[in-house]
Ligand binder design. Structure first.
Ligand code: HEC
Length: 473
């Protein structure tokens, strides 16, 4: 052991001296040039230990690993890289180590077969296919009579009766189906039986930018379904004209309704620095009244030039939003870049930090920032590195799964996972992967039957399904 460390330190002393890293170098290259010789090209260990086995000399926290890389562990033969690598680059190495070890760990999880039982920590579960369609199901929810409403991102709103009869609703708004845009969230009013309102969000083409490229916005409307038609539409939110610049990315957008208030998310539209500006609608969670009026006690209502609907800012692309059934807190899931997906507790006026702070890095492995925390910016309640691509979520409130009461179920696109989070005192104390591999999970809802409904999508075949999870008695 001693001998190995001795040799290793000589080897790297030479290596580190000759390695100059430019600020934007990709993490894969940085690792290859500086670390692979000792830790192995796949991080699996060689002369030095594996970085994938979760066995650490230190407590294994991000801080401890950052310290080890910066200052070295000289008596063991781990050289110091603080002079050769910037803090930002060292941050990308941490993301890379977490990402690689997570991918190795989760690759072992078996995909359940539809209609066959599988086990989780607290329940045995059965699955049942509810419906199958071409296209991307973006959102679903139930009407009080047990019918299922769902949107296809391509621009269609569908209603399936409890008996399984399906109709496409006519006359829904024309959507701009481009990139991540299209028909997005659907939510019936909690007082649907009295007022019949249904809320929709979608991307809408509104013109062209100076270079003649199409641009659009996230629009929010409500309307009623009568005799299979979308009627009486009211526009609830459209950002002011001068802010329109979305070319097809990060529209958001989920709804949540609490009493008279409608919350909705608007992603950063691919213009990340706007998330810190109160003058634009993108990179925010908004709050309006259900009829579109703006509450005067919104946090930036009186601020000059601000968008008055803003409730929180510094949000990247939140695609999950729910109200906690008891506490009435607003919770959101937010897509990070490469690493650093977030679960946030959405609180009035708070800055969630994007892009000044993040646990992630750019998709190409270059750094965004070394900061995961800065004064005045809110840390997430929970973060996922690597990004699982967090999407729709739901607090389970049904009667079937006795041991899942109040747990938060979160869908993931890229990793095709369904997560069960147990939250206590606003902290996540369990994060269990319930199932993996069936498809990209974009939305999760508790059914009136107590089943847990998820949407799954397969990109290659462009097919989506709604699948019901039920408890095995
Ligand atoms: C000369 C060989 C060598 C090189 C090059 C090297 N390491 Fe290490 N590293 C070690 C040794 C030795 C240890 C101590 C663990 C062990 O005994 O294997 C270690 C430990 C670590 C640890 C674990 C800290 C802990 O708490 O357990 C991390 C993280 C780490 N290295 C990251 C890196 C990264 C990132 C690079 C590239 C920037 C790198 N290492 C380059 C030899 C090396």
């Amino acid at each position: 052991m001693k001998m190995m460390n001795y040799l290793a330190s000589i080897f790297v002393a030479a290596n580190a001296m000759t390695t100059a890293v430019s600020a934007n170098e990709k993490v894969e290259q940085v690792f290859k040039n500086n670390c692979a010789s000792c830790h192995g090209a796949q991080l699996q260990g060689a002369m030095a230990s594996s970085l994938l086995d979760n066995q650490w000399i230190s407590d294994g926290s991000d801080d401890a690993l950052t310290k080890a890389i910066t200052h070295g562990i000289l008596d063991r033969g781990m050289p110091a890289f603080g002079h050769a690598l910037t803090e930002e680059t060292i941050r990308t190495l941490i993301v890379y180590i977490r990402e690689t070890s997570y991918n190795v760990d989760t690759a072992k999880i078996q995909t359940p077969t539809l209609s066959k039982q599988f086990k989780t920590n607290l329940h045995n579960v059965n699955t049942r296919e509810v419906l199958s369609t071409s296209g991307i199901i973006w959102a679903m929810d139930f009407l009080p009579d047990g019918s299922l409403l769902y949107t296809l991102r391509e621009g269609e709103l569908w209603l399936q009766s409890p008996e399984g009869k399906r109709i496409k609703i006519a006359d829904t708004p024309e959507v701009w189906h481009r990139g991540q845009g299209g028909l997005l969230d659907v939510l019936p009013d909690p007082d649907y039986e009295k007022n019949g309102w249904i809320y929709l969000s979608y991307s809408k083409k509104t013109g062209q930018n100076a270079s003649g490229k199409d641009i659009g916005i996230t629009a929010v409307v409500r309307g009623r379904i009568k005799e299979g038609k979308w009627t009486e539409q009211q526009t609830l939110f459209e950002a002011p004209k001068h802010t329109h610049k979305n070319r097809g990315w990060h529209f958001g957008s989920r709804f949540a309704i609490d009493g008279p208030y409608l919350f909705f998310t608007n992603g950063d539209e691919g213009h990340q620095d706007d998330a810190q500006s109160l003058k634009t609608q993108n990179g925010k969670v908004h709050r309006i009244y259900k009829d579109g009026r703006i509450p005067k006690d919104n946090p930036f209502y009186t601020q000059k030039d601000s968008i008055k609907t803003i409730w929180t800012y510094g949000n990247r692309n939140p695609q999950g939003l729910v109200i906690h059934p008891q506490t009435r807190q607003v919770w959101s899931t937010e897509h990070g870049p490469r690493g650093g997906d977030e679960l946030n507790l959405i609180t009035k006026g708070v800055n969630y930090g994007w892009p000044k702070v993040t646990y992630g890095m750019n998709y190409d492995g270059s750094p965004i920032t070394q900061h995961t925390d800065l004064p005045g910016m809110q840390l997430p309640v929970h973060q996922w590195t690597p990004s699982i691509a967090v999407a729709g979520m739901n607090f389970y409130t049904g009667k079937q799964f006795k041991n899942w009461q109040g747990d938060l179920f979160v869908g993931s696109l890229a990793k095709k996972q369904l997560h069960r989070l147990r939250i206590k005192n606003n902290r996540v104390i369990e994060d269990e992967i319930i199932l993996k591999g069936l498809g990209r999970i974009r939305d999760v809802v508790t059914a009136p039957s107590g089943e847990l409904f998820i949407t799954i999508n397969d990109r290659k075949s462009n097919q989506s399904k709604v699948v019901a999870l039920s408890a095995v008695k």
